[in-house]
Every structure is written in C-alpha cells, then in structure tokens.
Design a protein. Structure first.
Lengths: 323, 394
C-alpha cells in the first residue's frame, strides 16, 4: 500500500518539476560572428556557438533538428545541429545571403542574395541550387503566403514588395511601398501582407489578392523625432488580433491592434531593436537590440518587458522552438 | 473570308500589345566640368570618372526598378573642354530630349546653364558646387542642390569640435578666393556653436611645383615654423580648398594638435569608409561597377539620379512638371544610406542630409551631433536656416 503512495507521490513531484514546454532561442550576433543560445526557462545564455562571418538570418528547420544561419560574408548558410549545438554542415545559398524562408514541407529554401538583386531557390534535400528569380535592388525581406503559393521578397532600394508565383518562379506583381522596406509578414489567414519601411517610417498593409496597399500603419512617439522611428521586424500573433513591430533606433516595440491597425502601446526595450520572435506558445516575445547587445523579453499577455539578456555583439535575428 | 478577316484582326491586336510593351523612356543628362583639380595627396587624386560613375550606378539601380514599372532610364554624358560654354552644352542636352540635367560645374557656369534651360522646363541638379550664394541670393527656381553647401560642411565640423570640447581653434586660411569663402563659413560656424578662433594665419600661395622628389625634408621644417608661437589652442582648422598647404599640416604642427577642415578631420557628404546604415551594399555595388572606391561627388551624383528615379516610380509619369512638383512636395523623400530620409528644403531646394566627418580611413562621426535641436528637422541645424535665408524663389 505504502509503496503505491510513494510511486504516486514521486510521479506528482516529477510532474510539478518538469519544465513546462521548455523552449530554446538562437540569436545571431552580426558583429561577433557567433550565435547565442538562450534557455527560456531560466532566461540565460547557455551556449555561444562560433559561426562564419556576418551571421544574420536565422531559422529552425521545420523538423527542429537544425538551426540554419546565413553567414553573408562567407556566402553560405551554416547548419547548427540542435542536439549537439555545433555547426555540422553548410548549404549553398548564392552570394551574400541575408534572410531566407522555407516552404511548409521544409524541402525548399528561398534565399535573398542582397548584393546580387537575386532570390536563390535551394533544394534542401539535394543541397543544390534549383534556380533563381531576378528581383529589385538589395533584396532582404522574405515571406511565404500561408497556402504556399506566393513568395514575397522586398527590395530595399527599389522600394517594392515582389509577388513571386512559387510554381512558375515568375514575378506576378510588384507593389511600391515607402522607402527601404526591410521585412514582410503575412497574417496567418492570408488576408493581409505587412511590409515595414525602415526609412519611410511606416508599415504598409497590403491586400495580397488585389496587390494594393490598403492602409499604412504610422507611429508617433511624443518627444522623439520622427526620423528615429524606423520599423523593421514584424511579428503577428497566430490569431491575427495583435501584432508587434520593432522600431529600430526608437528603441521601442509598437503593439498594434491588427484589426484596426492602430498602435495600442509602445514598449521600451534596448537600443536599435530590429527583429522579434514569439515562443511557440506565444506567451513571450523576444526582441534583439543591436546596439545595446542584448535581447529583451516581453510578457505578451501583460504587455510588459520583464527581462534583458546580454548576448553577443550586434544581435540581429532570432528563432525559437521547443527544446 | 471570315478567317482572313479574323486573322488580320488578330495580327493587329498582337501589334498593339507589342507596342504597349515598349517602356517609357526617361533621359538624364550629366554635364561635367572641364578640369579635375590636382590634390596634394596622391591617393586623393580624383578618377577620370569622378561623379559620373555614381550617376551611372544610379541609372542601373533605376533601371532595375524600372523593369517592374515599364520605365527605362538613360544617361547622356557631356564633358566640357577648357573654354567651352556651359549654356551651349546644356542646350544640346535639352535638344536631345533630356528631362533633367545633373551638373558638376563651377558656380557661374552652373547658373548660366540653369538659366538657359529654364525656359524649356528643365530642372538642373547641382551635384558638385558648394557655394553658399547658389542657395542664397543666387538661388534659382529650377536648381536643386544635392551637394551640401559650405555652411553645412562647416557647421557639421564645428558641431563635432564643440561636442568634443575642442573649442579653441587656430585657423589657417589659404590666399585664394575659395579658401576665404571656406574660412568665412568656419567663422560663422564658430560663432554659431560656441567655438573661439584664437588666431588666424594666412598661408600664401607662392606658386611652385606641388610635388617634388624631396618633398618631406623641407615640409617637416617649414610647417612647424609656420605654426609656432600660437596662443593656447586645441585644434588647427585649415581652410584650403585650393589644395596648397592643408595636407602638409597633420603631424607637423609646432604643438601636438589635431588638424581639421581641408585636411585631417574632413566634413564630407560621403566617403568610401562609410559602412553604417546598410552602406556596405552601396559601396559593394559601386566597387563592382567602377573598380574603385566611391567619393562624395560620386554619391552626390548617385543621389541626384536616384531622386529622379524615385519621383518617376512614385508618380508613374515622365511629365517634367509633374515630377518636379512631386520632388518639391511633402511626399518626397529619399533613402541614401545615411540612416534617415532626406528631404528638400522648400525655400531653396537644398537636400537636407547628415554630413560625415572622416579622416581618410574611418568615419569618425556624423553630424548633426546629438543635442543640437531644431523645431522642424535636426538636419536644419546644418547650414543657413529658413529664417535667415536671402533666397526668394520665384
């Protein structure tokens, strides 16, 4: 009898002490050529991985087995084994890769080659280049429509969002946005495409069916000159109700009502905030602060910044998945 | 019979759509001055393509965008020879149907060119002349200034020196007209931002070869003697646009002091060392196309041509009036790798811009400096501001 109590007691104790859905975040540090690994239970850096030169775009593979990081000055994408947390492989990427995106199945990789006005298409299984698309000047932002049919690429100096048919790999439409577009993100239901314009200071909301800008999200922070408000990264919650936009040297993340496209609140984070990522349960939002060399943690429900974690130099991208 | 008729109609439709596919053409003229001034420094000697190389890259960038909008840009270059009349050259570009002219000309020639083409509805972009009077009493309604003015450059330097607390200046001025104009701008900047010129000295241009095989032996004796017995000072500010002496001063002053102005710490609109705000991409593209580093003049020309490209893509028209109105309007701005959008000052059509302070290898700082405030734009703390201007555009 008593041993049954012991077993149940032990099981209960174990259940109480297991990390509840533990996540792990990988942050690319553009200047120090490293990737910082953050444990989201303790909110500490548990490892710093040496990578190639100028790491920027960073993403978990769909199966979670690897983290891909674009090392632009080495003209390649490195693969970090998430088990050993070491670089184990490289992928062809075309020259100077910056951002990239995988298709839903994790079989195709689309890479923005910033110096070459090109988007390169890579077969992930064969580790080979399948083709490319000629886009505008300085391509960066990459997004894929939820149905996988349309690839979006934004070009910084051409100031456009290019709509590329993933089947034919042809550009089917081009939408002009404000100066220096950096990032593109679809709403989960595919009804809207958001594109940030860093120098223009706005986020364009685009109707992906009609290829039209339907509205522009603008920002106003009392006491701060408008030129300092430079939107870059965008994270839209899965339910499409709230969105978060990193505002660069304004040192703030704007919280947006994604239905009305109005700013609800500004959250003060570190210096030069560029990119953001939700934890898979969307309880936390982590943002990279390039100039203060740290990552801020935002409690999404409370809309509060709860922690700052020191990482490497010039933190750029961030990707988060289950441990 | 019907089949023949239908066939002809089909051919006609094909023909019409083929015609519609022809892109809209925009011609931009580039008018270059005759000579290139020799510099004291061998490594600073401008390339033969200085300036126009930037415009060529911008045309490429415009055409990359233009592919998606069915617009095509061409650049027509015209280089003046010594003694040529700028007005004839400008008119020949207009006759070749150039919608805009980018000019790298001395002030008088620039004004003549702008005045001549005005009647034809052509707007001139000043990519090279820094003279204040072009933005003040000699401003023109069809002249847009992309090059910074002397006062913008002097103010950018002064703001940094004051921020640095190097407020006591020894100013050394050359004996030529442009040197004196630079000194005037520096005096104004010192007064405006709170620096004190403890003494001024003139370096007379007595002629002679700029380069000799035994250059340094004499220089390292001459420069210390020239700069001795100065009241206490923090920095030597040299006004030497004529390239006679300033480059000889760093590390040769009697007292160990830094040099700024025409040598040492130099204010410029752009430099090959600029790597902030995505500039590496710009530098790479330029290097790839032109096989050399990018200069301030190259960037000024690039910016002028890109302004035209930006206007054409936004208004989707090649009508000159429409484009010029857009450039002057509140919706126009251009991104030029300096961290914020650049706009035109409405009172004299000068492009607002941050100014880099460079030492020939690195960007040391960028003005306007933090703390210098302005009710309209902090960029207007550089140069002559609207309430002070003598310019009346009509």
């Amino acid at each position: 009898m008593w041993y049954r109590c012991l077993i149940v007691g032990t099981l209960l104790w174990l259940a109480g002490n297991l990390p509840a859905g533990a996540f792990i975040a990988y942050v690319s540090n553009e200047k120090s050529n490293t990737v910082s690994v953050i444990d989201t239970d303790k909110w500490v850096v548990i490892k710093t991985i040496k990578v190639g030169q100028r790491p920027r775009g960073i993403e978990f593979t769909r199966d979670g087995k690897f983290v891909m990081v674009a090392v632009g000055d080495d003209d390649t994408i490195q693969m970090i084994d998430t088990g050993t947390q070491e670089v184990t492989d490289t992928l062809p990427s075309g020259p100077d890769p910056e951002l990239f995106i995988q298709d839903k199945a994790g079989k195709i990789l689309y890479v923005a080659n910033e110096n070459d006005n090109t988007v390169t298409v890579i077969d992930l299984e064969k580790r080979a280049r399948m083709g490319d698309v000629q886009v505008g000047v300085e391509p960066e932002g990459m997004a894929l429509s939820p149905d996988g049919r349309v690839l979006i690429n934004t070009s910084e100096t051409t100031n456009m969002a290019h709509f590329i048919d993933t089947e034919t790999r042809q550009i089917v439409a081009n939408v002009l946005v404000d100066s220096r577009p950096r990032f593109a993100e679809f709403k989960n239901d595919g009804s809207e495409l958001w594109v940030s314009s860093e120098i223009g200071g706005t986020v364009s909301v685009i109707d992906p069916a009609r290829h039209l800008v339907t509205t522009k999200i603008t920002f106003d922070i009392p006491g701060l000159r408008k030129e300092a408000i430079q939107p870059v990264g965008i994270s839209i919650a899965a339910d499409g109700k709230t969105a978060f936009i990193a505002l660069g040297p304004a040192n703030r993340v704007a919280v947006i009502d994604a239905a009305s496209h109005q700013v609800i609140k500004y959250l003060l984070v570190g210096q030069r905030v560029w990119h953001l990522a939700f934890t898979p349960d969307e309880k936390w939002l982590l943002v990279t602060n390039g100039i203060s060399n740290d990552v801020s943690v935002i409690d999404v429900a409370a809309l509060k910044v709860i922690k700052t974690i020191q990482v490497g130099e010039l933190p750029w991208g961030i990707t988060i998945a289950k441990q | 019979m019907i089949r023949l008729f239908l066939g002809l109609v089909g051919l006609g439709a094909l023909g019409a759509s083929a015609l519609a596919a022809d892109p809209v053409e925009i011609g931009i003229g580039y008018l270059r001055r005759a000579g290139v001034k020799p510099t004291l420094s061998l490594v600073e000697q401008p390339a033969a393509s200085d300036g126009v190389a930037g415009a060529r890259l911008a045309i490429e960038d415009n055409n990359t965008t233009g592919r998606f909008l069915n617009q095509h840009f061409t650049l027509e270059e015209l280089r003046l020879k010594e003694g040529d009349d700028a007005t004839t050259a400008a008119m020949s570009l207009v006759d070749r149907n150039m919608a805009f002219i980018i000019a790298d000309l001395p002030a008088d020639a620039l004004l003549k060119a702008a005045d001549t083409v005005r009647a034809r509805g052509v707007v001139v972009f000043n990519a090279g002349a820094i003279d204040e009077r072009l933005r003040e009493e000699d401003c023109r309604a069809n002249l847009i200034h992309v090059a910074p003015s002397r006062s913008m450059l002097a103010d950018a330097l002064a703001q940094y020196l004051v921020w640095k607390q190097w407020k006591r200046w020894l100013m050394v001025v050359g004996s030529h007209e442009e040197d004196k104009l630079y000194a005037e701008a520096l005096r104004r900047a010192a007064l405006r931002f709170g620096a004190k010129i403890v003494q001024e000295r003139v370096f007379e241009d007595t002629g002679g070869a700029r380069r000799t095989d035994s250059g340094v032996t004499l220089l390292q004796r001459q420069m210390p003697v020239f700069t001795q017995q100065v009241p206490a000072y923090d920095i030597l500010v040299a006004a030497d646009e004529s390239e006679v002496f300033a480059s000889y001063l760093p590390y040769r002053t009697w007292d160990p002091r830094p040099v700024a102005g025409s040598a040492g710490l130099v204010p410029k609109s752009w430099d090959a060392a600029q790597d902030q705000w995505g500039a590496v991409q710009m530098q790479n593209r330029f290097l790839k196309l032109n096989s050399r580093h990018m200069t301030a003049l190259d960037m000024q020309a690039w910016t002028a041509a890109r302004m035209i490209g930006e206007a054409v893509s936004r208004v989707n028209s090649v009508d000159r009036r429409t484009l010029f109105d857009f450039l002057k309007g509140p919706d126009f701005s251009i991104a030029a790798f300096k961290g914020q959008r650049l706009t035109l000052r409405p009172w004299n059509l000068q492009l607002r811009q941050p100014i880099l302070l460079v030492d020939g290898r690195m960007v040391v700082s960028v003005s306007p400096q933090e703390g210098f405030l302005h009710q309209v734009s902090e960029l207007d703390t550089l140069g002559v501001d609207q309430p002070e201007t003598k310019c009346k555009l009509h």
